[in-house]
Ligand binder design. Structure first.
Ligand SMILES: [Zn+2]
Length: 296
């Protein structure tokens, strides 16, 4: 894996790129890193254009709730990936390396930034182990199973990245830095809760039917991330659903851990979990004029 700054600054920052390469090699290992051709560090302002120079169809999230800071793009023919990352995710690593302290003494900010890089490298490894073609866009009409399948594929990509990264992640991050990930669960859950409260007693329009499954999927996506990076094996999944759903989520992730990279089977458990969460929020699936809808 070759680390480069874009635009290219020549040999001026070679000391930094070498130090970063050594750090990643020590954590991830040379063999896994060879699955990634380039690791491009961009200024925040040219991130999107660099991403699109690697893949013109790649979508960079840039809205109120999600702002892209790093992405891993798979080249299906080469079976290798390219990572593009904004430099504000790298600066804390440089501070950490300059401090010459062991990773167990790095600050949470430094470990959080390191996590971003390790997670993206995890995507690179997952892309190799589970090569996937790009997902087709989700289109109307709303069909529960189709929408679940779509989000399940997205979540599998994240599960895969997390499973491939977790052994490289410093233990201190798993103990304390992970609070950042737990906060993501909390935020995602309150968005779901707020949406359900605001739509109480209504038949959701078609767009909102897509939206509610998306909101549930984001909560599940965030929960698996925290759980896969657990600090000890006795830990329960974090989250705010009733115990039977929490247990179901735990079984689902455990099964993925045990069977990875063969994950497709897990779509059935995923649908069941989504269905149970809908019931928990007193949402029902109904049919109107032969079209599936959700009533709240
Ligand atoms: Zn990811």
């Amino acid at each position: 894996m070759k680390i480069e700054f874009v635009p290219n600054v020549g040999e001026r920052l070679e000391v930094i790129t070498n130090a970063l390469e050594d750090l990643f090699e020590q954590l991830v290992g040379q063999k896994s890193l060879s699955l990634i051709t380039k690791y491009l560090i961009t200024e925040d302002s040219n991130y999107k254009s660099v991403v699109n120079s690697i893949d013109e169809n790649a979508e960079v999230s840039d809205n109120e709730s999600v702002v892209g800071i790093a992405i891993t793009i798979f080249n299906f023919n080469e079976k290798k990936s390219t990572i593009i990352i904004e430099n504000h995710q790298i600066i804390p690593l440089i501070h950490g390396l300059n401090s010459q302290l062991p990773l167990s003494d790095w600050t949470d900010d430094q470990l959080n930034a390191l996590y971003t890089s390790l997670h993206e490298i995890g995507h690179g490894i997952d892309n190799f182990l589970r090569p996937q073609v790009g997902l087709e866009k989700l289109n109307k009409p709303f069909q529960f199973e189709k929408v679940c399948d779509y989000y399940h594929s997205i979540i599998l990509g994240e599960v895969g990245a997390n499973l491939c990264a977790t052994e490289s992640i410093p233990f201190k991050f798993k103990l304390s830095g992970r609070n950042m990930l737990i906060n993501h669960v909390r935020t995602a859950y309150s968005e779901l809760n707020e949406f359900c409260t605001n739509n109480k007693g209504q038949i959701l329009n078609e767009l909102d039917c897509f939206k509610i499954i998306g909101l549930i999927a984001i909560v599940l996506l965030k929960i698996q991330e925290v759980y896969i990076h657990r600090a000890n094996n006795n830990e329960e999944v974090c989250g705010f659903f009733p115990e039977y759903i929490q247990l179901q989520i735990k079984d689902w992730v455990n099964e993925l851990e045990n069977n990875y990279p063969n994950c497709e089977f897990s779509v059935n458990s995923f649908r069941e979990i989504v269905n149970n969460i809908l019931k928990e929020f007193e949402l029902k699936r109904i049919e109107i004029n032969y079209q599936e809808r959700i009533i709240n």
